[in-house]
Design a protein around this ligand. Structure first.
Ligand code: PLP
Length: 417
């Protein structure tokens, strides 16, 4: 997946990896095979990830960086090698640019607090797109409340792509930060991050890339993007909850005051005060998510040989299969751009039918989708709807499941109209 185009020519057989995900082999609601299409919310875990975490708890668990004993040193070694895996996976220039956080939300809040409070003032502007997740909205609105800065919004086009002319037009010398999602969690739109970062930099603004929906599904290179900050969550990329990654350019992180204070992030503490520790510990106050980091590293090792480009192509194909069927249903509207221009997310509304009711009846058919605003209320307001249904695919979903989802929908809708 590059810029806003997915190469669907590379194929991939999900059945080959399906046994790695025992949770998906279940039948629910009277022998209905479970079809899990809520991957944009949280993905499932392959045995390799579960085993790596279990193995750590069974053999190598202790608190990190604090003990001189063998177990702590072993655990510290694994934790730091997880950081190296992430560095390599996202193309960061140095391991100290990889901060383990609690998730995407935590990463954005850390930047809004640490960088934002130090650099944003009354009269400055923060530019956000209408397709941001609340995680990349509320921390900036809070920063604006604290500082008197103004939040401005980039429009989207009729077909759910970012309006690049509006983006360029709204950048100016007052813009200090741009909050940009790499992939919309509702529309599936893939934004041309590299190009937009270039425009933002030319105007003198920094960019916080929300990569929560990009990293699990497509190759990422933060240096190629030239992103100032980027963040994502372990639980959307086959890893555990409670962990995420904040990437920041070293020169920025080095000048930023830490957001959370406590153990690990200091050099020295006296009764008079404290001095900051070095990167990355400065931003990892307290006991970090140790085993979770090992889980994320195992997820990366699992994803790498399959290949993120193949995964992206597979998901786009499934979305296209589902969308072609959904397009045949009267009164159903799929949100966002054409399938070849987006990732494996198909959100839709049906005239006169509640999204919640659709998801409840789909669930009774064994199909798990999400209904609601998907933490994108400004986007839903803009579209004039209060909720939508979202089916989101991942590497283990099959074409048969995509078709079953569409067939189930066609079957249940007459009962709801
Ligand atoms: N950003 C996007 C685009 C997301 O899809 C999500 C989760 O749905 C988040 C941010 C928030 O992630 P987390 O809840 O893991 O912090």
């Amino acid at each position: 997946m590059t810029a806003n185009h997915v190469d669907t020519s590379v194929s991939f057989d999900p059945l080959a990896i399906r046994p790695d995900f025992p949770i998906l082999a279940q039948e629910i609601h009277r022998q209905k095979p479970l079809i899990y299409l809520d991957n944009a919310a949280s993905s499932q875990h392959p045995l390799a990830v579960l085993k790596a975490m279990d193995h750590c708890y069974e053999t190598t668990y202790a608190n990190v960086h604090r003990g001189t004993h063998w177990l702590s040193e072993e655990a510290s070694g694994l934790y730091e090698s997880a950081r190296l895996s992430v560095q390599n996976f996202i193309g960061a220039a140095a391991d100290c640019e990889v901060i383990f956080t609690a998730g995407t939300t935590a990463g954005i809040n850390a930047v809004a607090r640490s960088w934002g409070d130090a650099h944003v003032q009354n009269g400055d502007e923060i530019l956000l797109t209408l397709m941001e997740h609340h995680s990349n909205i509320v921390p900036w609105q809070q920063l604006a409340e604290r500082t008197g800065a103004k939040v401005r919004w980039v429009a989207i086009t009729e077909d759910g792509q970012l309006d690049q002319d509006d983006f360029a037009a709204k950048l100016n010398e007052r813009t200090k930060m741009v909050g940009l999602t790499a992939v919309s969690n509702t529309l599936g739109t893939i934004n041309p991050v590299k190009h937009l970062v270039e425009l933002a930099h030319a105007a003198g603004a920094l960019v916080m890339v929300d990569a929560a929906q990009h990293v699990p599904h497509a190759t990422i290179d933060v240096v190629d993007w030239d992103a100032d900050f980027a963040t994502f969550s372990g639980h959307k990329m086959l890893g555990p909850t409670g962990i995420g990654v904040l990437y920041g350019k070293r020169e920025l992180l080095e000048k930023m005051p830490p957001f959370l204070g406590g153990g690990s992030m200091i050099k020295q503490v006296t009764t008079q005060g404290f001095t900051w520790g070095d990167l990355p510990a400065r931003f990892e106050a307290g006991t970090p998510p140790i085993v979770e980091a090992i889980g994320v590293a195992a997820a990366i090792e699992y994803l790498k040989p399959i290949g993120l480009d193949r995964i992206a192509a597979h998901e786009t194909h499934l979305a296209a299969v589902a969308q072609a069927e959904l397009d045949k249903i009267d009164g159903l509207h799929v949100l966002g751009p054409d399938p070849q221009l987006k990732c494996g997310i198909v959100s839709f509304v049906v005239e006169g039918v509640s999204a919640q009711d659709i998801s409840v009846l789909l669930d009774l058919q064994g199909v798990a989708v999400r209904a609601g605003h998907h933490c994108t209320m400004p986007l839903h307001d803009h579209l004039g709807i209060s909720a939508s249904c979202r089916a989101s695919f991942y590497l283990y979903n099959t074409e048969e499941e995509a078709r079953h989802f569409a067939d189930s929908l066609a079957t249940i809708l007459p009962k709801l109209r």
